[in-house]
Design a protein around this ligand. Structure first.
Ligand SMILES: [Zn+2]
Ligand SMILES: [Zn+2]
Length: 260
């Protein structure tokens, strides 16, 4: 097993790893999925340290990075990889950054509440999120073939316009990015979010069949699929009470919450 000063590597099964950053308050997870011909890296973490140092130890396969969405805590080490895919609705953000989002806020968030030593190369005062061109664009319903393992792209806007979930049919894993995780609220209260879209995306994933485990990008690693029943209840509640709009605050459900 890999022991690392910054990253925590947990093996989910023989061909799937979670690479987590528990030393930062956001408790970010990236995921490495191995096929027989290729590997997929779902997000590249905060960028405080080099995630490639970890993936190099786990596989020799060519790695394609699949971006759940272009927030700075998910694209940190994108610059270390040659093959980068993003949903077409966030291609512009990857190339030019998110308009209106100040670098000061990004630096403040990445630099606070850190509980593990960070490498000398990390300086929150000069930290700059990755910007660059993707090598591939993702569309709803598209498939990523890794060799005896196929990932399906599910466009799930709301938290951000080009947010995607990834469904791995061979294992039943659903990677939900920032659409669904536990402990802290899922966010849809800034201008680039859309509460009604987020609820529609929740509705969509809640009706998927064949899910064995849910992997969100923050907090607890691995959630039970029974959570999707609670998501159905949340969707109904938010719609019936006309709450899926900006300014309605934090809504708590059994096992997860959201802030609009
Ligand atoms: Zn996000
Ligand atoms: Zn996030």
């Amino acid at each position: 097993m890999i022991v690392d000063a910054w990253f925590t590597v947990q093996q989910i099964d023989e061909a799937t790893y979670a690479i987590s950053e528990y030393g930062h308050w956001e408790k970010v997870h990236s995921f490495l999925l191995l096929g027989t011909k290729k590997a997929a890296l779902i997000d590249t973490g905060l960028g405080i340290d080099s995630i490639k140092r970890i993936t190099n130890q786990l596989t020799d396969l060519p790695i394609t990075v699949l971006t759940t969405h272009v927030h700075s805590d998910h694209i940190g080490s994108h610059g270390e990889f040659d093959s980068l895919c993003v949903h077409e609705a966030e291609e512009d953000w990857l190339i030019s950054g998110i308009k209106g989002l100040s670098i000061d806020i990004i630096r403040k968030n990445i630099g606070r509440d850190i509980t593990l030593p960070t490498p000398a190369s990390f300086n929150p005062e000069t930290f700059t999120p990755f910007q660059g061109k993707p090598t591939g664009l993702l569309k709803d319903g598209g498939e990523i073939e890794l060799g005896e393992r196929t990932l399906t792209i599910i466009h799930t806007p709301g938290h951000s316009p080009g947010h995607i979930c990834l469904f791995d049919k061979s294992t039943g894993y659903l990677f939900t990015g920032d659409l669904l995780y536990d402990e802290t609220p899922v966010y849809a209260f800034y201008p680039t979010t859309n509460p009604a879209d987020l609820v529609a995306s929740w509705e969509r994933i809640s009706s998927l069949k064949g899910i064995y485990k849910i992997y969100g990008s923050h907090n607890t690693l691995g959630l039970e699929p029974s959570l999707l029943n609670e998501v159905k209840i949340a969707v109904r509640y938010l719609r019936e009470n006309d709450l899926a709009k900006f300014g309605t605050g934090i809504h708590r459900f059994s096992g997860f919450s959201v802030q609009f």
